[in-house]
Design a binder for this molecule. Sequence first.
Ligand code: HEC
Ligand code: HEC
Length: 330
Amino acid sequence: MRVLTALLIGLCGATLVAAASWQDIQQEYARPAYIDFPEGTTYSPQKAALGKMLFFDARLSGPQNLSCATCHNPSFGWESPTPRAKGARNQALARHTPTLENLAEATHFFWDGRASSLEEQARGPITHPMEMGSSMEEVVARLKQISGYRRYFRIAFPQEGLTQSTVLSALATYQRTLRSGWSPFDDWISGDEDAISETAKRGFDVFTGVGNCNSCHTGWAFTDHQFHNIGLLGEDIGRGAFDPNMRYRFKTPGLRNIALRAPYMHDGSLPSLRDVIEHYRHGGASQEGVSSDLSPLTDMTDNDITDLIAFLDSLTAYEPHVSAPSLPAN
Ligand code: HEC
Ligand code: HEC
């Protein structure tokens, strides 16, 4: 009898532990119900709608030939399908276009984290000669000639109207609303066992087990928002440009909609998800005496790779639902 009781307690204990840990996992990967706007910024639908117009408007570039959306294309997970996109004067940029989804809670922007808010960041592409090749003065002067924009800025910013800082604020507000859509993975993690394949479920186990991917790609958006060196060889020292201890470190990108976002990495050097995982399997190279933060994944099998890709595919949203805005002609 005593043995039986002990056995029962043991079994119940095991069941409880298993149930709790699945709940922990569900909690860790559950999408937040709200977008957290940083202190000092506020959301209004008017600001976001205006920001969306500016984001899609090529008149923000010097030669009026490309908009933010040209490079951050919603059809490719808000990225460009080439290793390096070309700017308004047809020159290739130094790095690959990153996604803009799920950045509301981020505190560092660009692959090297050199901007500390989306407002500060937006000035970069507008004014960089190789990107949109304009200036904030030129943008404000040009938008002021368009009566539709004069009106929309009065509505969205009744106090300030159309200024350099309200242009940046509208763009930032819109970008904070860019959340990756609901995906099969979200259905599965919230309890629908049939939402993803058995292969994809095994892939999640690889991601959180043998692959150790979740040590950096954490939480519902799959990023720790930190900087790591994953041993990609090249001239670019990433965050090392600002801190000598951070050479070859780059910001961890989130992995939502990752299947739409090829090619991969800050240099766009890896064409497919299989190439990405093969890179991790080997652990990444050392450079100039700086070794990568990765160890080779010696236990990873070929089947694990197939499973991991199926899991990453399950992060693609069912429907992106992005419509282009109508822009004021004059
Ligand atoms: C010619 C292509 C191109 C255009 C146009 C462009 N971007 Fe980018 N964007 C990039 C590239 C490349 C990077 C990465 C640069 C780096 O890290 O040094 C980037 C980085 C960013 C980031 C940082 C993302 C992160 O995870 O840190 C944001 C935000 C952003 N761009 C917003 C915008 C906005 C807003 C506009 C329009 C005003 C715009 N971009 C126009 C190519 C472009
Ligand atoms: C040590 C932290 C770390 C670990 C562990 C890690 N990653 Fe990454 N991951 C990063 C960083 C940092 C980048 C960006 C590196 C760059 O561009 O230089 C990245 C980039 C990626 C990209 C490309 C994203 C893009 O926007 O181009 C994919 C896909 C990816 N990782 C998947 C994985 C998978 C799958 C695993 C497990 C096998 C994994 N990562 C393990 C930190 C990590």
